[in-house]
Design a protein. Structure first.
Ligand SMILES: [Zn+2]
Length: 467
């Protein structure tokens, strides 16, 4: 028997560091994603991969989030010279994401060295994980673009098919098909799956056949709150804050969430539901991402297409300003009231959002409107959990603004949507859970076993799975 091992070197019993290695016996060695470990993950991205990057022939990329692409420059730096295959939109977004990531890594490294020096010690870090030059080297490799639903040949009798995963622009589930003892086999990597009623993304495309399915389980244990309630809440907070002469600060992820928020604000504007105000997108990364969303608008859902057809643009409306430079960003401070400020980072761990907090968090007229997940330990989480004061740039700031959290805007499918996507397979043999916290995976495993009657395994780090 010639069987094929798959090993996961990330996103095993955790949500970050996606990296799955499929070693075909008589074919190429394929890596699916190469993401960064983030936010207190047990593994560090500085640790060795667990395989030799020079042995990898092909890198398939599901989507441009950092936890799926953030170690690609390290892979290249350590000897990967193979082919990269992904969608065009993912490649463009990935460039924005990796350049931003390298810049942060270089800055963090410089800060750590400076601090160590002041303590009279040697810095434990010898170099950043990667630099801007390492990122540029990624884009010099042989890159091939995948079209949704069209198989790409990887080698003789081995192919990969990308299907729209509906998670963020360009995102894909990837089916790798090959022969074992002349029998066709296929392994499907779900990537991150979007919700079936996304604000601007199309629903995930169904896949027909999998001998093994590697599926994400981020929200495997729960169903999201209804979108209608979330939309009502979103409108109400904005209208009430502007009515009391306050400002609304929206910490937002640059990719997907910012574009969704813009569409919601534009819809409010068109329906005369948005009081006169100024809306700022105050994040260079979000501005670049929005340009890419515009460029690939044909991949977005009917809501986006209708806006484009009837109003000439998907995201723009008269109140909206993009503030790219630092000087433009500082000028926002001059507006005493009546602003909606969308800025990053999404969890308030850095970026321009901090200077807006410093300037406006104390003022009771203002609102901070969270529209995405806030990880334990982040400033965003502290605020959501009700902190009465926080420290920003070493200064104590009173939390006077009204803090709200809207839970319904997830870019991930919930349990019922994941089960529904799986139920559309014509043939589905074994299910392997990746990309989820242990408690959520345990609940998801039971749901799949009882509702779909499938064999489910929770993948451990580096464990060899034979298909
Ligand atoms: Zn993602």
């Amino acid at each position: 028997m010639t069987m094929t091992p798959i090993q996961s070197f990330g996103a095993a019993e955790t949500v970050t560091g996606s990296c799955h290695f499929l070693q075909l016996r008589q074919g190429p060695k394929i890596l699916v994603d190469c993401g960064l470990f983030q936010g207190g993950a047990e593994k560090s991205s500085f640790e060795p991969f667990g395989f030799n990057p020079q042995d990898v022939d092909i890198l398939l990329i599901t989507h441009a989030h950092l936890d799926h692409v953030g170690r690609v420059p390290k892979l290249v730096k350590e000897g990967f010279k193979g082919r990269i295959i992904t969608t065009r939109a993912t490649l463009d977004l990935m460039e924005v994401v990796l350049l931003d990531s390298a810049k942060i890594m270089e800055e963090d490294f410089a800060t750590q060295r400076k601090k160590a020096k002041r303590r009279g010690e040697e810095s434990t870090l010898k170099e950043p994980l990667y630099t801007l030059d390492d990122v540029k080297a990624v884009f010099d490799l042989n890159i091939q673009f995948a079209q949704y639903d069209t198989p790409i040949s990887l080698a003789k009798e081995v192919s990969a098919t990308f299907r729209n995963a509906g998670h963020i622009l360009g995102s894909a589930s990837i089916q790798v098909s090959f022969l074992v003892d002349n029998q066709p086999k296929s392994v499907v990597f779900s990537g991150d799956l979007g919700s079936s009623n996304g604000l601007i993304m199309q629903p995930p495309t169904a896949v027909a056949q999998a001998d093994a399915l590697y599926i994400e389980s981020t929200y495997g244990d729960r169903n999201h709150r209804s979108m209608e309630n979330s939309l009502l809440e979103f409108k109400e907070i904005i209208q009430q804050t502007l009515k009391r002469q306050g400002n609304v600060i929206i910490p937002s992820f640059a990719i997907e969430r910012t574009q969704e928020v813009l569409v919601l604000l534009k819809q409010m504007f068109l329906a005369n539901e948005l009081p006169r105000c100024k809306v700022f997108v105050d994040s260079p990364m979000a501005i670049r991402a929005t340009r890419i969303y515009n460029q690939y608008h044909a991949e977005l859902n009917a809501t986006a297409q209708n806006l484009l057809a009837t109003d000439g643009s998907i995201f723009d409306f008269p109140y909206l300003e993009y503030t790219l430079t630092g000087a433009e960003s500082m000028q926002i401070n001059e507006h005493e009231s009546g602003c909606i400020i969308i800025a990053g980072s999404g969890m308030c761990t850095g970026g321009r959002i901090l200077h807006h907090f410093k300037h406006r968090l104390w003022d009771e007229r203002n609102s901070v409107l969270f529209v995405g997940y806030q990880a334990q330990g982040s400033l965003g989480r502290l605020l959501v959990d009700g902190a009465e004061e926080v420290h920003i740039y070493h200064e104590k700031i009173k939390v006077g603004a009204k803090i709200s959290m809207i839970n319904g805007f997830s870019a991930h499918a919930d349990q019922s949507e994941l089960l529904n996507w799986m139920s559309q397979f014509n043939q589905l043999d074994k299910v392997f859970l990746i990309h989820g916290e242990p408690d959520k995976q345990a609940a998801f495993k039971i749901a799949i076993e009882t509702q779909l009657n499938k064999t489910v395994h929770i993948v451990q780090y580096a464990e060899e799975i034979w298909v």
